[in-house]
Design a protein around this ligand. Structure first.
Ligand code: ADP
Ligand code: ZN
Ligand code: ZN
Length: 823
């Protein structure tokens, strides 16, 4: 019989360990060891945690070491997960370890602990020390140390330090192998939660004590067992009684696994009150979806057209066939409503995964998916890495949202990962939005996605009327207020009619900057190159990049003038002004500050659905997904606030946001109205949003992208550089760019023409300081590459990366960002 070899990947994020190492698989675990399992292997004189990546019967190396221990059987990672890991690491130029982190249940990261074992008794060691010529008092001290430590303490670093302090003796003990180094893999931090459950042992057994009789009666009524505290309460006995009965063998105790229930998982009544009746458009979309052999679909439907009902029907179909469904939403803010709808429809099949849950809750949900107990997973971005075993459908709701792009390593885009997941598993995927991202719409136009469309609102309610107010005009007419007169009047009318209002202001905090009237100094974060934002509720200045906080100073730190003033409006100030203007109105503010506490979203959401508000105001969070039928007015305080960002997607972002928020108005029986306030009324993003004209916007924007060679006509790539030393970061970026240009020239001569007619590497932009040149004390630079052809881009990135002298710049961090969003 040939020997089984495991090729393993070390559980380490070190770059040089991103390769497979060969180990022999011992006889006793040959049958239970599977790909994706974790093992302990000896590596460079230590024990390491590793993942089995391949199993083979051949190795190019001789004298292999053996796998020491198998940790999971069945394996922790699923087949799909590690295929995805391999692909993602390659596509996004990161290490597999970076991706594995996302695929594991919380707390699965097991750490190694190094320690020592005694090879002889403390007495014998003392004798040996003395006979080796060490002084008696020192040998005695060692003896005391050795006897004082328990076995467990050998692995503690404090204890090791005490020994290391002994210097020569320590060395001698190691050399003479009286102390043996050992490594342990620490227990996982999180595991399933269990409680003790009690049962009456035999109905024939009796107790003469009245308390014991009560316990018996209660337990006989609960044959499935009861937890200690409940039993004590129901039988009105103390813990001591339970303990006595247990000792006498009259009751039995066993451990039972319980599920930690996330917020929002209140029991639901699936009473089926909501009758689904598809309109002809929905029916056509569903028929096309079901009969089509395509895997990737774009569902383009105006807000309120019934996309969610279509998703649910497609999901129900997959569940009926015994397949799993992944339903992705861009932000937790959306989850309460979608969660409630999903739980109503699919009951206990629904699992939930997002970062605002406790580790224990996530752990339980993760295993419910893995074990196939929950087949409908609702989650944010990272849920795409959940351990599916029979995935049939992925839904990406509001697919145009930027939160689908992860802005730290691995810098993946969820849509791209879903495409790959579909490729691996054969699952169908629906990307849905009222305003598809331009690149997705382009994919549908060019046939990469199959296009599905819903053109009308489900209730046939027309889309709301949008008015644009020129705020320069308001100023000229002497109105310095944050509200234009027409918006002010409309709010008042709405309140009088007992109808609800949504106000969007895409800036949190109170004032957006603090300026000295005398010297013009703007108060900035000491670690980041950005203005500090005043937060009124805790009366502090805060940095929105690093969360630095300081008290509002009384005088200017530069010229000591007391004429320092707040400027700009944030949501807190808007809230204050609304309270002054409309004192009788019930206000709810929704932004990162008001929703960051665990469960806060859920609380706000409860108030929203129960209609306990008159004005809901907040950042872009409120623009998405909320389905509140009594909202008939939407006001956008500054519609052009995101237009001036130096980002080629700025117009698109603005168009999406305005269209989405406008779609919140008039979802019930009464028609809605929308008011955009702006200083830039002529901008095309605003005009198309005003007329709900997606296609018009798409065409104009696409023409610009073509003109400027931006995606989807090219692929964009970003190299980011950061360091606490400003000179180092610019030097590294410049050196990098020099090599990049050299390689570009080389590639261009090697492959002069391609069929596409596009030059292979169109442009290298930079190096230049990033938009915010300093964040958390780190200076940041970047280089952008626009490439016509992915293969050429890959060659360029890889050759430059392999030639760059990283050793010359030890304090500079460099990352690679494929298809970057934050430019
Ligand atoms: P979207 O996701 O496109 O914004 P929704 O699916 O939330 O739209 O639908 C808007 C409203 O219309 C919701 O209240 C929904 O319950 C209702 N609705 C949509 N389609 C149907 C249907 N086929 N039968 C009954 N109600 C529907
Ligand atoms: Zn000043
Ligand atoms: Zn800061």
């Amino acid at each position: 019989m040939s020997q089984l070899i495991a090729k393993v990947l070390m559980a380490s994020r070190a770059q040089h360990l991103d390769q497979l190492f060969d180990y022999m698989v011992p006889e006793d675990i040959v049958t239970s060891l599977q790909i994706g399992a974790r093992v302990v292997v000896p590596f460079q004189g230590q024990l390491n945690l590793a993942y089995v990546w391949e199993l083979t019967d051949h190795s190019d190396f001789s004298s292999l070491k053996s796998v020491r221990q198998l940790i999971d059987s069945p394996p922790l990672l699923t087949r799909t997960q590690y295929q995805l890991i391999d692909w993602l690491a390659d596509y996004y130029f990161c290490s597999r370890a970076d991706v594995i982190q996302l695929c594991l249940p919380p707390g699965a990261k097991q750490t190694r602990r190094d320690g020592f074992r005694l090879a002889a008794s403390p007495e014998s060691i003392r004798e040996q020390l003395i006979s080796a010529g060490f002084q008696e008092d020192i040998s005695q001290k060692v003896y005391q140390l050795l006897t004082a430590a328990t076995e467990a303490q050998w692995t503690r670093s404090k204890w090791q330090k005490e020994f290391q302090a002994l210097g020569v003796i320590w060395e001698w003990l190691l050399r003479s192998k009286l102390l043996l180094p050992i490594t342990e893999i620490a227990k996982p931090r999180i595991s399933s939660k269990t409680i003790r459950v009690y049962r009456w042992n035999l109905p024939a057994l009796d107790d003469r004590n009245p308390a014991g009789i009560r316990v018996k009666n209660v337990l006989l009524q609960h044959p499935q067992g009861m937890a200690g505290p409940e039993l004590a309460a129901a039988a009105e006995v103390s813990a001591a009684v339970i303990k006595r009965l247990l000792n006498q063998g009259k009751i039995d105790c066993s451990l039972q696994k319980i599920e930690r229930i996330p917020v929002g998982f209140t029991p639901v009544e699936t009473d089926g009150t909501h009758k689904v009746q598809f309109n002809p458009e929905q029916q056509t979309v569903l028929d096309t979806f079901k009969s089509s052999s395509s895997r990737l679909f774009l569902l383009h439907g105006v807000t309120g057209s019934g996309k969610t009902e279509v998703y649910f029907e497609a999901a129900a179909e997959a569940l009926r066939r015994g397949l799993q469904v992944l339903y992705l939403v861009p932000e937790i803010a959306l989850t309460p409503q979608t969660l409630a709808r999903a739980r109503n429809r699919f009951g206990d099949q629904v699992a939930l995964l997002h970062s605002n849950m406790s580790d224990g809750e996530r752990y339980d949900q993760w295993f419910k998916v893995k074990n196939g107990q929950a087949n409908f997973l609702l989650g944010a971005r990272s849920a795409v890495f959940a351990p599916f075993t029979k995935l049939g459908l992925v839904i990406v709701d509001e697919e145009h949202e930027t939160t689908y792009k992860q802005e730290e390593t691995p810098r993946y885009h969820t849509r791209r990962v879903v495409e790959q997941l579909s490729e691996i598993t054969g699952a169908k995927a629906i990307f849905g939005s009222a305003t598809p991202e331009l690149e997705s719409f382009f994919a549908a136009q060019t046939g990469r996605y199959q296009y599905l469309e819903l053109t009308r609102r489900y209730n046939d309610q027309s889309l709301p009327e949008v008015a644009v107010v020129d705020m320069r005009e308001e100023l000229r007419n002497g109105n310095r207020n944050i509200l234009s007169r027409v918006l002010h009047q409309s709010i008042a009318d709405n309140l009088a009619n007992n109808e609800q209002v949504i106000l969007l202001l895409n800036r949190r905090g109170y004032a957006t900057f603090i300026l000295c009237r005398d010297c013009g100094q703007v108060l900035k974060c000491p670690s980041c190159d950005v203005a500090l934002i005043y937060h009124a509720n805790d009366k502090v200045l805060r940095c929105h990049y690093c969360d630095y906080r300081q008290k509002m100073p009384d005088t200017c730190p530069k010229c000591h003038s007391s004429r320092i003033r707040y400027f700009g409006h944030g949501t807190q100030k808007l809230e204050e002004e609304m309270a002054q203007n409309f004192p009788q109105a019930r206000l709810i503010r929704m932004d990162l500050d008001s929703t960051s506490k665990k469960g806060a979203h859920q609380e706000i959401y409860q108030k929203l659905v129960q209609g306990e508000f008159d004005i809901l105001l907040g950042t872009q969070m409120i623009a998405k997904g909320l389905d509140l039928p009594r909202v008939t007015l939407v006001g956008v305080i500054t519609a052009d606030s995101s237009l001036n960002l130096p980002d080629f997607r700025a117009a698109e972002r603005t168009f999406h946001l305005l269209t989405q928020v406008a779609g919140r108005a008039g979802r019930g029986t009464k028609p809605g109205r929308v008011i955009f306030q702006t200083y830039n009324p002529a901008h095309y993003a605003l005009k198309y949003a005003q007329h709900h004209d997606y296609l018009g916007f798409y065409q104009e924007e696409l023409a610009q992208r073509r003109e400027l060679s931006f995606p989807p006509f090219t692929e964009l790539f970003r190299f980011g550089f950061s360091s606490i030393r400003s000179v180092k970061v610019s030097a590294a970026a410049e050196e990098f760019c020099r090599i990049l240009r050299e390689q570009q020239a080389k590639i261009a001569t090697a492959r002069p023409h391609e069929e596409s007619g596009l030059p292979q590497v169109i442009e290298i932009l930079g190096p230049a300081p990033a938009l915010i040149p300093k964040v958390q004390d780190r200076f940041r630079w970047q280089i952008l590459v626009k490439a016509g052809e992915p293969a050429v881009l890959r060659e360029l990135v890889q050759s430059t990366w392999s030639l760059f002298p990283f050793r010359k710049f030890p304090e500079v961090q460099i990352f690679r960002d494929r298809n970057p969003y934050a430019i």
